[in-house]
Design a protein around this ligand. Structure first.
Ligand code: ATP
Ligand code: MG
Ligand code: FE
Length: 346
């Protein structure tokens, strides 16, 4: 069976096509993305109205490109999955409206699926089916969560999440302080390669003995970086951008991997999946690989292209939802900007 996935929760218009095989493995056939990120760069963050308009313009051409790449026709599709939330309301609506139109015109089932679960599901395209139970560290622009995944199609439990900023948000804000472009993840990652991660001892938030074991906090870290930079500027010193980037990145990777491993041990889980845009970070995957190896945990990190928003992740999750025989959505369902991760499909 062929499943089309449509993603429009933020600033990427994504269309993915996958094949669901009889043994329930899922194969990637096409993954086309149109991004409006350049239109938001000068604002230092996504402008919802600009994103919605860009989705409207990009949707049909992106669908066409995906079918071109896969060598398929619209009539080959057996089911459609679309991001139902969480995300920007207006942006989500464009994808949901498009998906409803295609599903109605083709007379095929429609599934409204969870963007965050999609970030995890995408890993099955690269590393095959997930084990019966695994731990997921979801680190993206808007979310930072530790999740127990018993069934990617229906059963996800939250162990902890950020109490303030998301990891990606911290990257974007620190980049601004350092005069690096938006989105901040890639340029900080690059600058950090030339810096020393031990140069500055930035705080590790929520790691005290009385802190919630699996929650995160990144706003203190962000403020500490800003104060450090201000201090250097006041003293008329040059800012060692590479060292600040590397030390900030080390603090983030340290806390994320420390808590993920602790959660895996405590819950007796032997597989860790790291996903979401920040999973594309080179130091995070490096440190996670080191610490997982020590702890005897199998680490799975999708390739960077699959970590950031795309349509393949929604198609992949759609395929798992179809394979599990979950109910389809009615054509009058609405997007939910605050859809919790526990609701995998609606
Ligand atoms: P959400 O999935 O929570 O709705 P989103 O879809 O906007 O948020 P993603 O596309 O999953 O987020 O991730 C975008 C974030 O990933 C941005 O904050 C960006 O800075 C960060 N990011 C991308 N590449 C890297 C990298 N190499 N290192 C660190 N962060 C990165
Ligand atoms: Mg984006
Ligand atoms: Fe995302």
């Amino acid at each position: 069976r062929i499943i089309m996935g449509i993603e429009s929760s933020c600033d990427e218009t994504g269309v993915g096509l996958v094949r669901l095989h009889d043994d329930n493995t899922v194969e990637l056939l096409a993954d086309e993305v149109a991004s409006s990120v350049d239109q938001h760069a000068r604002f230092g963050g996504v402008v919802p109205e600009v994103a919605s308009r860009a989705h409207l313009e990009a949707m049909v051409p992106t669908v066409a490109r995906a079918f071109d790449k896969a060598g398929l026709k619209l009539s080959d599709v057996d089911a459609i999955a679309v991001t139902a939330g969480p995300g920007l309301a207006g942006a989500l609506l464009v994808g949901v409206a498009a998906a409803k139109a295609y599903a109605a015109a083709l007379d095929i089932p429609l599934y409204g699926v969870n963007h965050l679960a999609g970030h995890i599901a995408v890993d099955t395209l690269q590393h095959g089916p997930l084990p019966d139970r695994c731990l997921a560290l979801l680190v993206s622009g808007g979310h930072t969560q530790l999740l127990l995944v018993d069934d990617i199609a229906s059963e996800i439990t939250e162990l902890g999440s950020t109490v303030d900023d998301a990891a990606g948000e911290a990257y974007d804000k620190v980049a601004r302080v350092l005069g690096l472009p938006y989105p901040g993840g890639p340029p900080i990652d690059k600058a950090a390669k030339n810096g020393d991660g031990a140069a500055i001892a930035f705080p590790r938030g929520m790691t005290g003995p009385r802190d919630a074991k699996f929650d995160f906090s990144f706003s203190g870290l962000k403020t500490a970086v800003a104060r450090w930079v201000e201090g250097a500027e006041r003293r008329g010193e040059d800012i060692p951008v590479d060292d600040v980037a590397a030390s900030f990145q080390e603090a983030v990777a340290d806390v994320l991997t420390m808590k993920a491993i602790r959660a895996a041990k405590e819950h007796g889980v032997d597989t860790l999946v790291i996903s979401g845009g920040v999973a594309a970070n080179s130091r995070l995957s490096e440190l996670a690989a080191e610490r997982c190896a020590e702890a005897g945990i199998t680490l799975r990190v999708p390739r960077p292209r699959l970590c950031t928003d795309n349509g393949a992740m929604i198609a992949a999750l759609g395929a798992h939802v179809v394979a599990a025989g979950r109910p389809r959505a009615s054509l009058d369902f609405s997007a939910n900007p605050a859809l919790p991760v526990q609701i995998v499909s609606i």
